[in-house]
Design a protein around this ligand. Structure first.
Ligand code: SF4
Length: 698
C-alpha cells in the first residue's frame, strides 16, 4: 500500500486528502488530519473523489478528429491531432489575425496549466482571447476587491472563523456548497455560544438551520439590504471614525446616499420585516470579530460588483478589516479560480495580477517570455466569446475542461454559436459532456490524481497535488497538451521537462508584485504541501492589510457609493416569476465527475423545480407534478417540489443537469439570459423571468 497527500479538486475550500493505493492499483482515501484547512474532515463529494478516477468507463482514451462538420470523428494519433490543429490555427491567424482564435478554460485547471495556456495566447499568438468558467464564479468579487482594497486579494484566512463573533453569510449556502468550511463555522458556534450567524438568501437553505437571523430577501435587493444596515450602523454610532478618517476615502458621499432611503422603505423593497434590519445591525455593530462570506448570490448578477462593494463597505465604515476575526471573505466556487488569476488567466489580466492596460506591465511580461508583442486590447470574456462565434468575428475556440453548453447562460444561444464556429477543439477527460458534439478535434486529458501540480484555494493557500495513478489510454496532462501544441506552432519556451519547471517560472514572474512568491519553489511546496501567498523570508502570509495600508493609490480603502437599483430582466405578465439557479449538496457543476458516483445520486436523484405553495396553488399544481418552466429563451420540463422554503414569486432550479444523465429539457440554462455585470462581465445567473405551467402531453 502506498499513500499520497494531495488536495480535493472540487470546491475552493481546498481540503487536504490522503489517498491510499494498494498493489492492484485500487484507491481509497481519507481526510488529511494534518491539513490546516479541513483537519481530517471531508464532505460527501471529497469522500467519493477516488471513484471518479477508478471508473474509466466514460473516459476519452485517444485523440479524435474529423475533417468536416457532418463527418464522424475518427481515432487519430497525437501527432495527427496536434499537426492539424496547429495548421488550422495558423491558417485562421494568418487570414483573420490572432483575435480570430480563443481559449476557454476552467477554474478546475491546475496553475501550471493556466500558466502555459495564458503564455501561449498572450505571449506568442498575440491575442488576449482567453477566459474561463471562473468568469461565471468570482469576477464580480475580483473587481470589487480591486476597486475597494486596491488588489484582488481576500484579506483574511479560514482561522478567522474561530475568532469571529458575527458571521454574515450573504447570497451563499456554504452548508451545501462549501461544506467543510461550514462545519468549521458550526464547530466555532458550538465552542463559542456568543457567535452569531446571519444569512441573507431568498430561500431557506441548510445554512439557515444554524443561523440566528435569516434575512429572506427578494432576489436582486441585496444592495438595498446592505445600505440599510450601513445606515443603521452609522445612526447607532457603530462606525469607527478614526479608521474612516485615516484609512478610507468616500465616506461622506456614502453616508449621504444611504440616508436617502428610510429603513421602512428598504424593508418593503427587500420583502423582510423592518425589525430584522435593526437586528442585523445590532449583531454586527458591537461585534469584535465581523466576517462576511458570500458567493454566487452576490457575484452572479447584473449588478454583482455593486452588490460586493456595498457589502465590503460595512467593513470599511466600522473598521472591521485587517484584524484577526474580521474581514470580507469571498468564498471561491472553483478549486483554482484564484490560481488562475495569479497566472493572469483571464481576458483582462496579465501574470501576477499585472494589468493589461499598463504598458510597463505588458513590457515586463513580454521581456520575460521573449515572445511576440502583448496586445493592449482586452480579450473576449466568457459570454462575449460565444457571441463572437455567433457573429463570425471569432473563428476557432479551444475549450479546456469545461462544459459551456450546460454552464453558460442562454444555453441554446451558446449551442448555436458553437454550430457556427469554423473550428472547435475540446480538451476533456470524459466522453459525456454536451460540448463534444461540436468538437472537430477531441484531445483526451488526464484527470485529478493522474497528474501533478498546484492550486490556490479561497484563503490564498497554494497547495500541491500529487500524481497517484496513470491516466487511461493515451490521455495526457493538460499542460503537456498545450506545450506540445505550442511547439507545433513553432514557439520557443514550452519545452518544460516537468510541471515543477512551469511552476518555478510562474514564481519568478511574480517578483516585485503584490502577490510575490518569487522565493517560493515547487520543491518547497512539495515539502510543506501548502502555503498562503504572498511568500517572503520563508514565510507565507495569513492576513493582509494588518497595517491598514491598502493597495490603492493613496493606500486608503475606497468606500464606493453605488446605486441600489437592480438592472436584471424586467417581469411581465407572461413571465411573472423570478427564477434563481444554484447547486445541490452532492453534485458538482455539470456532473461529468460526480454524476459517475452512484452514492452521490442518493441525496437528490433528479432535477426539480422548487416553488412556493401559493404560486403552485395559483397554477393548480401538486407535489411531483410534471411542469414546463418557460422563459423568453426556452423551456425546462421537471417535477415540482412545493415548499415554503422559497419566497412566493420565486422559483429555484438546480444548475447541474444537462444531457449527460438526462435530456436537455432539464438544463436550467435553457431559461437564463446573457445579461452581465458591466464591469465584471459576470452573467446574471440568479435572476431570469419565467412562468410555470402543468405539462400536458401533446
Ligand atoms: Fe472537496 Fe470542497 Fe468538500 Fe473540501 S469542502 S472535500 S474541497 S468539495
Amino acid at each position: 500500500m502506498s499513500s499520497f497527500k494531495t488536495t480535493c479538486c472540487y470546491c475552493g475550500v481546498g481540503c487536504g486528502i490522503v489517498v491510499h493505493r494498494d498493489r492492484q492499483g485500487k484507491l481509497s482515501l481519507e481526510g488529511d488530519k494534518d491539513h490546516p484547512v479541513n483537519r481530517g474532515m471531508l464532505c460527501s463529494k471529497g469522500m467519493n473523489l477516488h471513484y471518479t478516477v477508478m471508473d474509466t468507463s466514460d473516459r476519452l482514451l485517444h485523440p479524435e478528429m474529423r475533417y468536416h462538420r457532418n463527418a464522424p470523428r475518427m481515432r487519430v494519433s497525437w501527432e495527427q491531432a496536434l499537426d492539424r490543429t496547429a495548421a488550422v490555427f495558423r491558417s485562421i491567424i494568418n487570414r483573420y489575425g490572432p483575435d480570430a482564435v480563443a481559449f476557454y478554460a476552467s477554474g478546475q485547471c491546475l496553475t501550471e496549466e493556466y500558466y502555459v495556456v495564458n503564455k501561449l495566447i498572450k505571449g506568442f499568438i498575440g491575442s488576449n482571447n482567453i477566459d474561463t468558467n471562473s468568469r461565471l464564479c468570482m469576477s464580480s468579487a475580483v473587481a470589487a476587491y480591486k476597486m475597494s482594497l486596491g488588489e484582488d486579494a481576500v484579506p483574511g484566512t479560514y482561522d478567522d472563523i474561530e475568532l469571529a463573533d458575527c458571521i454574515f453569510v450573504a447570497g451563499a449556502n456554504p452548508a451545501w456548497c462549501h461544506p467543510i468550511l461550514w462545519r468549521r463555522i458550526e464547530a466555532a458556534k458550538a465552542a463559542n455560544p456568543a457567535l452569531r450567524i446571519i444569512v441573507s438568501d431568498p430561500r431557506v437553505t441548510q445554512s439557515c438551520a444554524s443561523a440566528d437571523l435569516h434575512l429572506q430577501l427578494n432576489p436582486g435587493t441585496d444592495i438595498v439590504l446592505h445600505h440599510a444596515i450601513g445606515r443603521l450602523l452609522i445612526e447607532q454610532g457603530f462606525t469607527d471614525k478614526d479608521f474612516i478618517h485615516q484609512h478610507t476615502e468616500g465616506f461622506t458621499r456614502y453616508r449621504d446616499a444611504v440616508m436617502q432611503r428610510s429603513i421602512a422603505e428598504a424593508a418593503i423593497i427587500c420583502g423582510i420585516p423592518e425589525q430584522q434590519l435593526y437586528e442585523a445591525a445590532a449583531l454586527i455593530g458591537p461585534s469584535k470579530g465581523f466576517m462576511t462570506m458570500w458567493t454566487m448570490g452576490l457575484n452572479q448578477s447584473a449588478v454583482g460588483v455593486s452588490k460586493n462593494l456595498s457589502l465590503i463597505n460595512l467593513h470599511l465604515i466600522t473598521g472591521k478589516i485587517g484584524q484577526p476575526g474580521n474581514g470580507p471573505f469571498s468564498l471561491t466556487g472553483q478549486p483554482n479560480a484564484m490560481g488562475g488569476r495569479e497566472t493572469g488567466g483571464l481576458a483582462n489580466l496579465l501574470p501576477a495580477h499585472r494589468l493589461l492596460d499598463d504598458p510597463t506591465h505588458r513590457a515586463e511580461v513580454q521581456a520575460f517570455w521573449g515572445g511576440t508583442t502583448i496586445s493592449d486590447k482586452p480579450g473576449l470574456t466568457a459570454t462575449d466569446m460565444f457571441s463572437a462565434l455567433q457573429s463570425g468575428s471569432l473563428k476557432a475556440i479551444w475549450i479546456m475542461g469545461s462544459n459551456p453548453l450546460v454552464s453558460l447562460p442562454d444555453a441554446r444561444a451558446m449551442e448555436a454559436a458553437l454550430q457556427k464556429a469554423s473550428f472547435v477543439v475540446v480538451q476533456e477527460i470524459s466522453s459525456k459532456p454536451e460540448t463534444l458534439k461540436y468538437a472537430d478535434v477531441v484531445l483526451p486529458a488526464a484527470a485529478w490524481a493522474e497528474k501533478e501540480g498546484t492550486m490556490t484555494n479561497a484563503e490564498r493557500r497554494i497547495s500541491y497535488l500529487s500524481k497517484i495513478t496513470e491516466a487511461p489510454g493515451e490521455a495526457l496532462p493538460d499542460a503537456e497538451i498545450i506545450c506540445r501544441f505550442a511547439q507545433k506552432m513553432g514557439y520557443k519556451g514550452f519545452d518544460y521537462a516537468h510541471a515543477g519547471e512551469i511552476y518555478d517560472e510562474h514564481c519568478r514572474l511574480t517578483a516585485g508584485t503584490r502577490i510575490d512568491i518569487s522565493s517560493l519553489s515547487y520543491k518547497i511546496l512539495q515539502e510543506c504541501r501548502s502555503i498562503q501567498w504572498p511568500y517572503k523570508n520563508g514565510q507565507g502570509t495569513a492576513r493582509l492589510f494588518t497595517d491598514h495600508l491598502f493597495y490603492t493609490k493613496h493606500q486608503k480603502a475606497v468606500i464606493h457609493t453605488v446605486g441600489d437599483e437592480n438592472t436584471s430582466e424586467a417581469h411581465n405578465e407572461d413571465f411573472p416569476l423570478i427564477l434563481t439557479t444554484g447547486r445541490i449538496r452532492d453534485q458538482w457543476h455539470t456532473m461529468s465527475k460526480t454524476g459517475k458516483v452512484s452514492k452521490l445520486k442518493q441525496h437528490i436523484a433528479s432535477s426539480f423545480l422548487e416553488i412556493h405553495p401559493r404560486d403552485a396553488e395559483a397554477r393548480h399544481l401538486r407535489q411531483d407534478d410534471l411542469v414546463v418552466v418557460s422563459s423568453p429563451r426556452g423551456q425546462v420540463r421537471v417535477k415540482t417540489k412545493i415548499s415554503t422554503d422559497i419566497k412566493p414569486g420565486v422559483v429555484f432550479l438546480p444548475m447541474h443537469w444537462g444531457k449527460i444523465l438526462q435530456n436537455d429539457l432539464n438544463r436550467a440554462n435553457n431559461l437564463t439570459n446573457n445579461l452581465t455585470d458591466p464591469i465584471s462581465r459576470q452573467p446574471d445567473l440568479k435572476f431570469a423571468t419565467v412562468e410555470v405551467t402543468k405539462y400536458r402531453k401533446p
